[in-house]
Design a protein around this ligand. Structure first.
Ligand code: ADP
Ligand code: ADP
Ligand code: MG
Length: 652
């Protein structure tokens, strides 16, 4: 087995790989860009190497720098994760040429499956059913249009180099073919630098069912059953599960046989996924599924397979790459229970799933759920920023239950207890989907989310009781209690004012919210909002609100309601309070640092220069004090990031 490996990725998948490596006693090397200097995967690894600026083209896609980092640190193998360089055969060749091991298939296998058109021709030859369509070389519009007519509308135009649902257009009307073709080509050119397309039949009532396969370097090939990824939005997976609802023994045998045949046809080694499209208009029928593509890497949704098989797929990848045989034979691989995975993203579902950025000022995941077990795969921690440079995935929430009903209940319950503040997330949309009656009955197809988008993304407005909670949180913090993000971690502050009542001005959207909060003593509070009065016991509301710069977020089931609030945390930077920390007033770059930890500084002394919005801002000491921590030069910060920490409660 390897003694040390390098992980050529970031975020949750880098963290995931490091976890298994550690379990196996393998040392790990992380790589990181400027924006990721303080990222979780860097903190988790035994060593970390900086490989360049934040844009992926200058860091995570720089194969040369990554290989150099591996050589320099003495790593013997490189795990590519998914995305980035994971399906780049030239990178694999470079890794091999440097006498390192690529933890994945051979470059030949990746090339065979890399382009969807060539892969389909190859699979046809191997006897795997392929979606009816045209996957030839010709690209003239007259040829493609006549092929589309032969195939029969609706058709799907697909970028042959496509991935992540990009460069794909459904065409229902022959008159629109030329226009959609041009659009698909533009998108493909921009995303993949290759505008060649194929045309295939658009399958009715489509379900996406994929088979996890594994091969080794000794000719072994097995499958680890199926995953259903039909809950999609714009051809991108949203919730995945295993096994597939309604799966029959006959259908499973046909699909897994075809998948293993496909893997064997290219002498596949390592983890791979054969994606099939299924026509579910008459249930699951063994002559109604077709090969779509093969992903020659670990899939984002691999944890659902791990949950139902009890196997560690990353461990299998490492063993196979080190030359071992597959750890289990086909008949030793068993299915148990049911699992779901939901992808939690920083995006605004109600605004057409607009990607969001921001700082995760508050981030709490449940560790258990009603009816099942919970597993969280994440690459971020509370206080981390979702930057515009990378995929805005915050976490994958994975649950397992004895059967589909139990697992689905656990999924909904767990989603209700995901609490984030500082960046908008799709959690309430996911919770609504988990409770959708069609989804619950297993009657899913890839169009389900699109058809029900409006009801699944409908936001509720904050009721008076939610506003009252927000007011209480702010009033308590304002008077000195609950300085931390959880306003009820300390109630001392508000207790000082007992029994005085205070007015709190909040904002919800464009609307001002006026509230009056009264402490009654003994942990009892009263809040009056819009003429209605609410009584709370502090311990009953603990954990239901988070304060972050300029805001308070109240959690109610799967929804989070964010109010603007007079900034209770800003008090931290107040010159008279003996403040413990100084936070960035806006996102920017730490340009110059003029002090170091251990320095005693005087009030007004320039500590650092922040470059933001094309201007330089000098950050000065708000009071005399001893610095315990200071940001480093070149760090990218978001608003609210701590720039300087002073020794607590002490002025010199
Ligand atoms: P999956 O079937 O695993 O969801 P996707 O094709 O959606 O596969 O891509 C998996 C991950 O890789 C996603 O997070 C996506 O953003 C990322 N990804 C896909 N294609 C690329 C690419 N060309 N470069 C970088 N990342 C990519
Ligand atoms: P990508 O490389 O972007 O993942 P895929 O070929 O895997 O591309 O297709 C992505 C998604 O598009 C599928 O999961 C499915 O929902 C939809 N899709 C692909 N081909 C078809 C088809 N022939 N008919 C209907 N839907 C399809
Ligand atoms: Mg795909």
């Amino acid at each position: 087995m390897f003694r040390k490996i390098l992980i050529a990725n970031r975020g949750e998948i880098a963290a995931r790989v490091i976890r298994t490596a550690r379990k196996m006693g393998i040392a790990t090397v992380a790589v990181y860009s400027d924006a990721d200097a303080g990222a979780l995967h860097v903190a988790m690894a035994d060593e970390a190497v900086h490989i360049g600026p934040s844009p992926v083209g200058e860091s995570y896609l720089r194969g040369d720098r990554i290989i150099e980092a591996a050589i320099r640190t003495g790593a013997e193998a490189i795990h590519p994760g998914y995305g980035f360089l994971s399906e780049n055969p030239d990178f694999v060749d470079q890794v091999t040429a440097a006498r390192l091991v690529f933890i994945g298939p051979s470059s030949a296998s990746i090339r065979a499956m890399g382009l969807k058109d060539a892969a389909k021709r190859l699979m046809e030859k191997a006897g795997v059913p392929v979606v009816p369509g045209y996957h030839g070389e010709a690209q003239e519009i007259v040829v493609l249009a006549s092929k589309a007519r032969e195939i029969g509308y609706p058709v799907l135009i697909k970028a042959r180099a496509g991935g992540g649902g990009k460069g794909m257009r459904r065409v229902d009307d022959p008159d629109r073919f030329a226009e959609e073709l041009a659009a698909a080509r533009r998108e493909a050119k921009a995303a993949f630098g290759d505008d060649r397309v194929l045309v295939e039949k658009y399958v009715e009532k489509p379900r996406h069912i994929e088979i996890q396969v594994f091969g080794d370097n000794h000719g072994g090939a097995v499958h680890l059953f199926e995953r259903d990824c039909s809950a999609q939005r714009r051809h991108q997976k949203v919730i995945e599960e295993a096994p597939a609802p309604g799966m029959t023994a006959e259908m499973r045998k046909a699909m897994t046989d075809a998948a293993v045949k496909a893997a064997k046809a290219i002498q596949y080694s390592g983890a791979g996924t054969i994606e099939f499209i299924v026509d579910a208009s008459h249930g699951l029928k063994s002559d109604r599924f077709w090969f779509m593509e093969m992903n020659t890497r670990l899939q984002v949704e691999h944890p659902v397979t791990e949950m139902v098989t009890g196997l560690d797929l990353v461990e299998w990848q490492l063993r196979v790459a080190a030359g071992e045989k597959l750890p289990k034979s086909q008949k030793e691989i068993m299915l148990s229970g049911h699992a779901f995975e939901a992808r939690i993203y920083a995006e605004d579902a109600a605004k057409g799933f607009l990607p969001a950025i921001g700082t995760l000022h508050y981030l709490r995941f449940p560790d258990r759920a009603e009816g099942g077990t919970v597993r969280i795969e994440t690459g971020v921690r509370e206080g981390d920023a979702i930057s515009p440079y990378y995929d805005p995935m915050i976490a994958k929430l994975v649950v397992h239950g004895d059967d589909r009903e139990a697992a689905l209940g656990a999924l909904a319950d767990a989603l209700d207890h995901v609490r984030t503040a500082g960046s908008i997330t799709n959690t309430s949309f996911l919770a609504a989907l988990a409770r959708d009656p069609d989804f619950a009955s297993g009657n899913v197809d890839t169009g389900l989310i699109g058809r029900k988008q409006e009801e699944l993304t409908r936001t509720r407005t904050a009721g008076a009781s939610v506003s009252a909670l927000a007011a209480l949180a702010v009033a308590n913090a304002d008077s000195g209690g609950g300085k931390s993000a959880d306003p009820w971690s300390s109630l001392t502050g508000y207790a000082h004012f007992h029994p005085i009542s205070r007015r709190t001005a909040l904002g919800y959207g464009e609307e001002p919210v006026e509230a009056r909060v009264t402490a009654r003593g003994g942990g009892r509070f009263e809040a009056e909002v819009e003429g209605a009065s609410f009584a709370f016991f502090a311990d009953a509301v603990s954990g239901r609100a988070a304060l972050w710069p300029g805001h308070v977020t109240v959690f109610d089931g799967p929804s989070g309601y964010t109010f603007s609030a007079p900034d209770p945390l800003a008090r931290d930077t107040d010159a008279v309070s003996g403040a413990a920390s100084l936070r960035a007033p806006m996102p920017g770059l730490v340009k110059i640092v003029r002090a170091a930890a251990g320095d005693i500084v005087a009030k007004g002394q320039a500590l650092l220069v922040l470059e933001a919005m094309k201007m330089e801002h000098t950050i000065a000491a708000p009071h005399d004090g001893l610095i315990t921590e200071i940001a480093s030069e070149g760090a990218q910060v978001t608003d609210g990031t701590v720039l300087v920490r002073f020794k607590e409660e002490e002025t010199v």
